[in-house]
Design a protein around this ligand. Sequence first.
Ligand code: ADP
Length: 472
Amino acid sequence: MSLSRRFSFFQSLTFRLTLGLVILSALSSLVIVSVIYFILRTNMSQRVDQMLAAEAREISVLYETRGIKALRADLNREVMPGEASEVFSRLETADGGEVAVSDPNSWRGLVPDPELLHHLPGGRIVFETLHPSGHHRRIVRLGYLKMPDGSVVQVGKRLGDEEVILDEYREFSSWVIAIVLVLAFLGGWLMIRRALAGVEEVTLAADRIRQGDFSRRVPLHGRGDEIDRLAESFNTMVERVQTLMTELKEVTGDIAHDLKSPITRMRGLAESILLSSKPAPEPSELAEEVMEESDRMLGIINTILEIAKTEAGVAPVSKAEVDMAEVAGAAGDLFQSVADDKGVQLEVSIPREPMIIQGNTAQLQRVVANLLDNAIKYSSPGGRVLLALSLTPSDIMISIADTGSGIRPEDIPRIFERFYRGDPSRSQPGSGLGLALARALVKAHGGEIGVESAPGKGSTFTVRLPRADSPA
Ligand code: ADP
């Protein structure tokens, strides 16, 4: 069973993110709905209180200016017979006796808090909300205003419409919250599932790779989003791992292949000493031969490893500004005696200006040395080798031309491969690794290497390296 299948639905990120979104939506819609409810309620009760205050002040003015009789007449007039008024009022004396009342029916069963009435401040209206328990269950808001003579103006209003509106609002809010939750769940689920589908693809690919299928890649959707970037990085990583694995296989195969010959030679040597009737060679001669073969083997192993590390780009290499004119000049000096010994004329043409590249001196020296070594090695006595440097606006060009044996057209595509040796070259010493190493090192410096050659006429190897001081 694949890893992804083992996760339960409730553990999945899709579920948890959706749940988070639903909770967040629920909380935010609850907060919004509650704030609106609070504002609505405050607003309504303020309006009721203002209405009651206005009524109470009107009554107090009437009582004070025109007396109790006028007030009684006025309050009686306010109610149409058989109809409950919206605001009802009365005037009570300090000891609780009713002096004037506008709508006795509405006052029935309403008992204001005696404590509150007793401690009323003068000139300021105090409000009270009563929840009557009698047949008339509607909530009543009452306002009390104490008069200078100690009597109290009382005004009241049944909160009917306000409660209905708030009730309706509460019901409406519950529906809104329910719809928001359903939408948040469905929308969130779809969006999050779509967004995370890419992650699932990466997981599946990783799963397949775990089982050994390195050819697997995550498809890119070209959206350039985070998931695409994850898939891209993942694919690059798999590509790199695949290259390293292939390199490792090749290097292992190469080492096994090329170490066979020196070991076979050493074994042959020992066998011939054991089996031959001739007297055994001197131990010092033997040791010399074994050392030579061992050095050859070590050289091959080191070069193979260096090529592999350079191609894989895993070896940390210190880079600095290198003057290629100096590197080439030193290599020319070094190989002058080798060329002289072979009767080959070595010419060096380096312009006077500095030719700076960002690189590793030792590695660049090896590139030039390998190419010069080949040029001299594959030239006959009397031949010519020319090492020339030139500049282009962006690059430094190194050319190593010889008048030697040349390379057959069918060999040209293969000479940069590891261990490839042209047939006519077998008579010369060599392992077939020099050009492979040169190419790996040039590539690691961001350059290119190429060759033009014709059998019998000679070869010209050209290396292009990007200038560090490019004016471009
Ligand atoms: P090696 O020289 O050890 O054989 P290289 O990798 O340096 O290995 O070169 C690979 C092959 O390319 C050589 O075997 C030879 O056939 C061919 N080659 C390289 N340089 C030259 C040259 N300057 N002239 C002719 N052939 C060459």
